[in-house]
Design a protein around this ligand. Structure first.
Ligand SMILES: Cc1cc2nc3c(=O)[nH]c(=O)nc-3n(C[C@H](O)[C@H](O)[C@H](O)COP(=O)(O)O)c2cc1C
Length: 540
């Protein structure tokens, strides 16, 4: 603690940035834990008459439609989720590639009528099918798409142009010259809209921002790889500059992550890094999502506490110097060697692996609504863990070997693997057994007393030690760790469906999860949960 205080003084003798005072993230995390008691004492109910619209609508702006006849990459999903294109490979998307990226990450892939209306299901899983993540494009001139700032309109499968011209330098400035952004022909900005998700989930929605943005990014990264485009996720940016470029009402909607796509070595970071004249507000009318909105200040406080206010603060954040040290390397998730018995993963080789292409797998994905209690094979589990954790290109990770979340498993039905609790040692490719036994009832309880985690073949919990993460990244680390969990969870979804298995994201009783995996998990926090197995109604 003393060391922390001393380095804060070193960082700035003028104003201490909010982000460094990590009480913000700790308070939010603590206040939004689910427990047996909290879910029973919460009087919240769903007011269907006030349900938010599933889309952001700019009534005065006509969208230009994108092509719907999209080519197939044919790249196997299990390869696409595991790989990435080298950062320096020159490539730029054309309009068709943009359409593929948007459709397969945030497009409407299914719709279903119900008594209250219609649900428009999207390419990536999302808590409550509420789809609070909006996508915006900031690009230079691309083939068949002139330079501009655009909003993606999934209902029309079109783009609404918010600004004409090349505004990429604003992002270069906002990210303090982040090289991937400086060289990218296209950056996608993901924003999150509080009320659209908080209508159901109240203040816990801020965690969902990371999860739901993450599953979307898992798809986007896989499609980018299949299209031969380098991609980099960027969490370090000056919030107000990015929100200002989009002219979102930041009390309601906020930029959460950026994805730099493609690479143009001819772009000079220096040239792009020129300060633009003030970005003028757009003032476009948008349709209110509901009759009235309920505010959950806790989320906005969490967001403000994790804001980066200037390019200088972003540079310090990215360099890991804000807190005066680069150690411990928060990234290496399994630095502690196994102390218990281990089982080696047995992933299939590339030639043995199911080769269903990424676009087919994304289109048949859907969250399992019921699992059959039939076993999966150790090879299937191994493929999922191996392929989903080969690394995420993100500015909060030192390298593809780095990972903030640790994976803990409750195995119920895997051929060749005793039922029990395990921790995954990613670098060693082994599962360490923490305890043997049939824990279906416990898993059902931990997953908020739902049947899905009790019936699944395996429940994969994401746990993180928030202490070094927040120490290294400040409150912003909380955004990053939730986002990484969502990305890894999204990759697990795709790896399951690539093998004709099912998966679903789940919520959980925070402290009970830690108790279940302790003493090994002591000091960690529960971040996310994905259940996998054989779906009863399998999609084809
Ligand atoms: C982060 C996350 C958490 C979820 N939590 C639950 C859950 O607790 N219970 C549940 O039945 N479904 C859960 N789901 C599944 C969503 O309800 C589902 O993704 C959504 O209805 C969209 O449907 P689709 O995934 O079939 O496209 C979760 C999904 C995600 C991404």
């Amino acid at each position: 603690m003393l060391g922390l205080c001393a380095t804060i003084v070193k960082f700035s003798t003028a104003i201490m940035p909010n982000n460094v005072n990590t009480e913000g993230a700790w308070n939010y995390h603590e206040a939004t834990k689910h427990s047996y008691t909290s879910v029973r004492t919460n009087p919240h109910f769903l007011d269907f008459d006030n349900q938010p619209l599933p889309f952001k609508i700019y009534p005065a702006l006509e969208p230009s439609r994108m092509p719907t006849e999209l080519g197939q990459t044919g790249v196997a999903a299990l390869s696409a989720i595991a790989g990435s294109v080298p950062a320096q490979a020159n490539a730029a998307p054309d309009l068709e590639a943009v359409a593929q990226l948007l459709y397969l990450s945030a497009g409407i892939t299914r719709q279903r009528k119900y008594s209250g209306g219609e649900i428009y299901f999207r390419a990536a899983a999302c808590t409550g099918a509420l789809y609070e993540v909006e996508l915006y494009l900031v690009c230079g001139d691309l083939a068949n798409l002139p330079a501009g700032v655009y909003h993606f309109a999934p209902a029309e499968f079109g783009l609404r142009r918010l600004r004409a011209g090349d505004y990429r330098s604003v992002l270069v400035e906002a990210t303090a010259g982040q090289p991937a952004i400086a060289h990218s022909p296209l950056t996608i900005i993901c924003t999150c809209t509080y009320w659209r998700n908080a209508w159901k989930y109240q203040a816990r929605t801020y965690r969902h921002f990371g999860w739901d943005n993450g599953t979307l990014l898992a798809n986007l990264l896989a499609v980018a790889t299949a299209l031969g485009l380098p991609a980099k996720i960027v969490c370090g940016f000056a919030d107000a500059t990015v929100n200002g470029l989009l002219d979102v009402d930041s009390q309601r909607e906020v930029a959460f992550s950026l994805v730099a796509l493609g690479h143009d070595s001819g772009l000079s970071a220096q040239a792009a890094y020129r300060a633009l004249a003030n970005i003028s507000p757009l003032g476009f009318e948008t349709v209110p999502p509901s009759r009235n909105e309920i505010d959950y200040p806790l989320m906005r406080e969490m967001h403000a506490a994790s804001a980066l206010d200037s390019a200088e603060e972003v540079a310090a954040w990215r360099g890991g110097t804000a807190l005066g040290h680069t150690e411990p390397r928060t990234g290496v998730a399994d630095s502690t060697p196994p102390a218990g018995p281990v089982v080696r993963l047995q992933p299939l080789s590339d030639s043995e692996m199911p080769r269903d292409p990424i676009e087919q797998v994304i289109l048949r994905r859907g969250s399992s609504r019921q699992f059959a209690r039939t076993p999966i094979s150790l090879a299937q589990l191994s493929n999922m863990l191996d392929r989903a954790t080969r690394g995420v290109p993100a500015d909060f990770l030192d390298s593809l070997r780095s990972q903030l979340n640790h994976l803990y498993l409750i195995v119920h039905a895997v051929e060749g693997l005793d039922s029990g609790a395990y921790v995954f040692h990613r670098d060693r490719g082994v599962l360490e057994c923490l305890k043997r036994g049939n824990f279906r009832d416990e898993a059902g309880y931990l997953g908020l007393e739902q049947q899905l985690p009790a019936d699944a073949a395996v429940d994969i919990f994401f746990l993180a030690d928030l202490r070094p993460i927040l120490q290294r990244f400040g409150n912003r680390g909380y955004r990053s760790v939730q986002l990484e969990a969502g990305i890894l969870g999204g990759k697990l979804y795709l790896a399951a469906y690539a093998q004709r298995l099912g998966a679903t994201g789940l919520t959980f009783y925070d402290d009970d999860v830690i108790r279940f995996f302790s003493p090994h998990a002591e000091g960690k926090s529960a971040i996310f949960l994905v259940a996998v197995g054989h779906s009863v109604k399998r999609k084809t």
